[in-house]
Ligand binder design. Structure first.
Ligand SMILES: [Zn+2]
Ligand SMILES: [Zn+2]
Length: 405
């Protein structure tokens, strides 16, 4: 079973980090702790476990940060014992190839998506009773027993031939859904979760910062949930700007200074202090920061109006350095999220995945034009480079396997 994985090997990680500035392809070399390997086919480790044969899998920025050893050992999640090995690839659709005797939710031949497995173990996957408060709410990525280490661990991931998982870690794919649509469910669910964290009122002005896959999906989720809000999108590349417009952005900010654009669009007043320090009174009702760097967060907090909000949809695996004063001085809320979970949709609490699939069925969330490149697994280096270099015109790059329909 071919698989691309990353081992938690601190000395190797430090070496790669040191060499990366002068040799950026070091992550593809023998010095890296990322491996492309042919592993022995794993046994199912429990009665409620199953085996999935992959059809297609997306390349996501989170996988790339792991591959490139971007994580700083000082960030909070690194303190958790967790896995020693991360199998890359979680936006994956496949077919159930084998089920344990205790599996009740799936049969051989069913199409499934990886659901919670990438975020880590849950009470359900470890068969812990009673389940914790977060799992009871359906917020599985926030499980309080995630690091209990009580259950077996799955082998394999999305970037490879297949994987094993507890039956509660995968999600059924409806018959009407294509493999391409299925691959986009997880990235769309993240956008749904982002927007439902802070839903704009009709007429409110929002900014989507970043027009990669996350930003583009946030734009279409905003249009689906709040058709009458005014959306500005900040984009770097022309193809991203065009897609942002297609998916519903009213205004594209490209090549314009963000402070001046905020003042222009929201009629906020822009003030200039010393040493390039700038501040606005007024601004966007909500800013969705789909980049998540120190710089974008710093700016987002200033581009939100007093009493507004910044939703952090982009994640960075390094501690941020930024001025938090807008949080108290302007009472701006800073809200974060971990992938997907449980959301309030019209007063009903539902899983982000369920809401996403329903909106896709209704045609309110679409994948048109989002999958720009397809590669076989053997060309993984080229696939990863294409995903990273947006000058290639890439939005979502996927791996396709021979199992694909
Ligand atoms: Zn993803
Ligand atoms: Zn739990």
């Amino acid at each position: 079973m071919r698989s691309i994985y990353f081992d938690k090997d601190i000395p190797k990680a430090l070496l790669v980090k040191a060499i990366k500035p002068v040799w950026k392809d070091v992550v593809f070399s023998g010095l890296s702790s990322a491996y492309f390997a042919d592993l022995p086919e794993p046994e199912l480790p429990g009665l409620r476990w199953l085996r999935v044969q992959n059809s297609a899998c997306g390349i996501c920025a989170t996988d790339l940060s792991l591959l490139h050893v971007d994580a700083d050992p000082a960030i909070a999640p690194v303190a958790l014992p967790g896995n020693q090995r991360f199998y890359l690839g979680h936006e994956v659709v496949g077919t159930v190839a084998e089920v344990g005797a205790g599996v009740t939710r799936f049969q051989v031949g069913d199409r499934v998506l990886m659901h919670t497995r990438y975020q880590g173990a849950t009470c359900l996957s470890q068969e812990i009773e009673p389940i914790c408060g977060q799992c009871r709410l359906g917020n599985y990525p926030l499980c309080e027993n995630a690091s209990a280490g009580l259950g077996p661990q799955g082998v394999g991931g999305g970037w490879g031939d297949g994987y094993t998982a507890h039956e509660t870690e995968v999600y059924p794919v409806p018959d009407w859904m294509s493999d391409d649509q299925a691959v986009m469910v997880e990235p769309l669910a993240v956008a749904v979760h982002t927007v439902l964290k802070r839903l704009p009122e009709p007429g409110q002005k929002v900014l989507v910062l970043g027009s990669g896959v996350v930003g583009l999906n946030v734009i279409q989720a905003l249009r689906a949930f709040s058709p009458d809000c005014h959306i500005s999108a900040m984009a770097r590349h022309p193809h991203q700007a065009a897609m942002a417009r297609t998916l519903g952005a009213d205004e594209i900010i490209r090549g314009e200074d963000g402070y001046e654009a905020t003042a222009r669009i929201t009629a906020a007043k822009l003030y200039r202090g010393m040493f390039g320090n700038r501040m606005l009174l007024g601004g966007f009702d909500i800013v969705y920061d789909c980049v998540g760097s120190s710089q974008t967060l710093h700016d987002s907090l200033r581009w939100a109006r007093a009493g507004g909000a910044v939703v952090m949809a982009g994640i960075k695996l390094t501690p941020a350095k930024l001025d938090l004063s807008p949080v108290w001085y302007q009472e701006v809320d800073l809200v974060g999220l971990n992938s997907h979970g449980r959301d309030d949709w019209h007063g009903r609490m539902m899983e982000s995945f369920d809401i996403t699939v329903e909106l896709m069925r209704q045609g309110k969330l679409s994948i048109n034009g989002l999958i720009t490149h397809r590669f076989p697994l053997e060309r993984w280096r080229e696939a990863i480079k294409t995903a990273q270099d947006k000058r290639s015109g890439s939005i979502k790059v996927i791996f396709e396997y021979s199992n694909a329909t």
